[in-house]
Design a protein around this ligand. Structure first.
Ligand code: C2E
Ligand code: CA
Ligand code: CA
Length: 707
């Protein structure tokens, strides 16, 4: 260790002082964390302890006798330091302690916190002592903190949570994307921004990965404070302490909604036709596949309509592709306007379009009619004049239709629709054809039937027939009104054939009105004659008719207009009416009941009646369906059902009547089960009113004879 002047200055002092001095010297020399240097006024180094060697890189030998300014003062602060040193020697005091950036022997910066003191002893040159604490690691840590802080305030939304997931810090980008300020977010958990787009299992998997690997990355849909949901690319990193325990989580998120939008755009290119913006063949095939699966689930039928423009090539060749493109766009618009929201219009390419109809009726013929109606609508919409610039163009199309359900094959279906379209084309333009010939016939027939029915209403071709209802002695107590269609050139048409079509087309409303009105007029007429004054008349009411909003008013109006006694009118309803809106049905029944109208439940036992509903209905009568009566003898099941219905009517306080009674044995059997009212060929077929009238008169005569 070098000789130190200041201490030698004290050698003349007392011995005890020497001991103390020695102690201080050792302390100074070896003070590990504190670099201590001594300088003369001209900067000459006179003291250099061990810590100084470490911090500045010069050994004491190298430093002693050297100059402060040359050794550790960087050029840019030389003057300043020189001035400060001079000032300190002149004033005899140190400048305030502070941070300095000095220089190591090998040139790098040394950050120190420096304190200074000037020790002046008489007869000795004054010495400036500098005590420098090494701040390098602190400065490094500070720099790292600054870097971390800058990084934290990056473009990415970031937040830090504790091990329990409670948010400790969020950055500005987080606030910008989520809308939550630091004050609002800190103390909350990330649930704050959670959307309900992911199942719980998604988050569970995320946590599992974090616990296992300390890392998770993935896409998450979050919710902004405004409620808007956005796509995020999230990176979560667990921070562990030296023991390996997780102390924090750092989560950074990038809003990828825009990227998602871009993806959507790419999707659009891949699945949509750029010219018309309609789904392309690829998407159509995909949807068709799904539609087939759906039809298997809900048992509905769907339809494919293959649409091809007539003469498109000619237009393209004569007026140019530009005009052709514009026409295709207009066709696309018209097609889209023709269909329901859930249906699909696609462009296959060229002038070929496909329309897919889903969720048609469960019955094939009915679905075929619906598909045909859609096809006709399209034919009509596309067969209007197109205006393209100055050109007026009248286009037409040919449509091929095929139906699909459950096990259809996509390629096969396309082929069928295509084939049908060619059929349509070859049969003359602007027409449509079904792939299936039977279907084509059925549809044509149905269309004819509907036309015929409309005409029948106008031309009054409907007749009301009356079938007697009798008591246990065979006395006629009333009749059921059954409608017939006297079709010119055909003869009597059964209601079984035309009621379903009337129901689908809505024609049942005017038809039902006519039946009710005719029946009530008959009742009023009967009231005037002794042989028929007490008869009841049963009238069938279709569910479609009953469900009309003004049904109750209609019946009351008819009763009022005809003057019929409501007590003698019995409306026959079927169980299918009771599948939905039971409360509404009960309300309507009750309203009519209040006026005296009676109700019979027709075809009882064939439907889905729930006893719970049945009890709530204001019924008067159950009608045992004729299928049970028919099988009474051969099928123990039918007999059991008949028995149950009869018992049920008794417990519910209702009357019971059996229909379709054709033989005496059936009648006797029914009587033995407890049913004493009957209707059927055994007692009389449905008859025109004059013939029923004759029966009634004959009955009066026999009764009188018996008396
Ligand atoms: P429904 O109400 O069950 O009518 C009874 C049907 O059984 C009638 O057929 C009748 O002719 C037939 N029938 C009567 N006795 C016997 C018998 O002993 N044996 C056999 N095998 N059959 C018998 P119809 O007149 O052809 O009527 C068929 C269905 O058409 C009716 O079934 C009813 O649901 C409906 N319908 C008839 N007229 C009307 C009407 O005015 N309005 C409404 N909405 N539906 C009607
Ligand atoms: Ca009936
Ligand atoms: Ca019936």
């Amino acid at each position: 260790m070098a000789e130190i002047t200041p201490y030698s200055a004290f050698r003349d002092e007392k011995h005890s002082r020497e001991v103390s001095e020695a102690r201080f010297k050792k302390l100074f020399d070896e003070a590990d964390a504190m670099s201590i240097q001594g300088y003369l006024p001209n900067g000459t180094v006179v003291y250099w302890n061990q810590a100084s060697e470490k911090i500045y890189g010069y050994t004491a030998e190298e430093a002693l006798g050297g100059n402060l300014l040359d050794l550790i003062i960087p050029a840019d602060i030389r003057q300043e330091v020189e001035g400060a040193v001079n000032w300190m020697f002149e004033s005899g005091q140190g400048i305030p302690a502070g941070r300095l950036e000095l220089r190591h022997k090998n040139g790098h910066a040394v950050h120190v916190h420096s304190s200074h003191t000037v020790i002046a002893i008489p007869n000795h040159p004054p010495v400036l002592f500098c005590m420098d604490a090494d701040m390098s690691s602190l400065v490094r840590a500070e720099a790292e903190l600054r870097i971390a802080a800058a990084a934290f305030e990056s473009q990415q939304g970031m937040f830090i949570t504790d091990a329990q997931g409670v948010i400790l810090r969020v950055n500005q980008a987080f606030t910008l994307t989520t809308g939550y300020s630091a004050e609002e977010a800190v103390g909350q958990t990330p649930r704050l921004i959670r959307s309900d787009y992911h199942p719980a299992a998604y988050y569970e998997a995320m946590w599992q990965s974090l616990l296992d690997t300390g890392f998770w990355q993935g896409e998450i849909w979050n919710r902004r404070k405004s409620g808007e949901v956005y796509a995020n690319w999230i990176t979560i990193t667990a921070v562990r302490d030296e023991k390996g325990e997780i102390t924090h989580y750092v989560c950074s998120q990038i809003d990828i909604t825009q990227r998602k939008d871009a993806e959507a755009q790419i999707m659009h290119l891949a699945f949509y036709d750029p010219l018309t913006r309609l789904p392309n063949r690829r998407l159509l095939l995909d949807r068709l596949q799904q539609a087939i699966a759906a039809s298997a689930r809900n048992q509905s039928v769907g339809a494919l309509l293959f649409i091809d423009l007539d003469n498109f090539k000619t237009l393209n060749d004569t007026l140019g592709h530009d005009i052709g493109d514009r026409l295709l766009q207009q066709v696309a618009e018209r097609l889209t306007a023709c269909i329901r929201k859930n249906d699909t219009v696609a462009r296959l390419g060229g002038d070929e379009f496909l329309v897919m109809l889903e969720d048609l009726s469960q019955s094939q013929p009915e679905a075929a009619t619906q598909a045909e109606a859609a096809g006709r609508k399209i034919l009509e919409a596309l067969n209007q004049i197109y205006q393209i610039d100055n050109h007026k163009y009248l286009g037409s199309v040919s449509i091929g239709i095929t139906l699909f359900s459950r096990q259809a094959n996509v390629d096969e279906l396309l082929k069928q629709a295509d084939l049908a379209m060619y059929e349509a084309k070859s049969s003359g333009r602007n027409s449509l054809r079904f792939f299936d010939l039977e279907m084509q016939k059925a549809v044509t027939l149905r269309a004819e039937l509907l036309n015929g029915l409309q005409e029948a209403l106008r031309e009054q071709q409907f007749r009301l027939y009356y079938q007697p209802q009798v008591d246990h002695e065979g006395h006629i107590t009333g009749a059921e009104a059954l409608v017939r269609w006297e079709r010119p050139g055909v003869g009597l048409v059964s209601p079984v054939e035309f009621i379903p079509v009337a129901e689908e087309s809505g024609l049942i409303k005017p038809l039902g009105f006519w039946v009710l009105e005719t029946a009530c007029s008959q009742l009023a007429d009967w009231a005037l004659k002794p042989e028929s004054a007490a008869l009841t008349l049963s009238v069938n009411v279709s569910p479609v008719q009953f469900n009309c909003a003004d049904f109750v008013e209609q019946v009351l109006e008819i009763l009022h207009k005809t003057g019929a006694n409501a007590q003698q009118l019995k409306l026959e309803l079927t169980e299918s009416l009771l599948v939905e809106k039971v409360d509404e049905v009960i309300a309507k029944m009750s309203a009519l009941k209040a006026h005296g109208v009676g109700f019979s439940l027709d075809d009882f036992g064939t439907g889905y009646s729930s006893l719970a509903y049945l009890r709530r209905l204001p019924l008067d009568q159950l009608k045992i369906d004729r299928s049970f009566v028919r099988d009474l003898l051969d099928d123990p099941n039918s007999a059991a059902i008949a028995q149950t219905i009869i018992d049920l009517s008794q417990t519910m306080g209702l009357s019971v009547i059996a229909e379709g009674v054709e033989t005496e044995i059936q009648r006797v059997l029914l009587a033995s089960l407890g049913c004493h009212a009957y209707q059927g060929y055994l007692f009389g077929r449905p008859l025109p009113i004059e013939q029923l009238q004759e029966l009634l008169i004959a009955q009066v005569i026999t009764t009188e004879l018996v008396i």
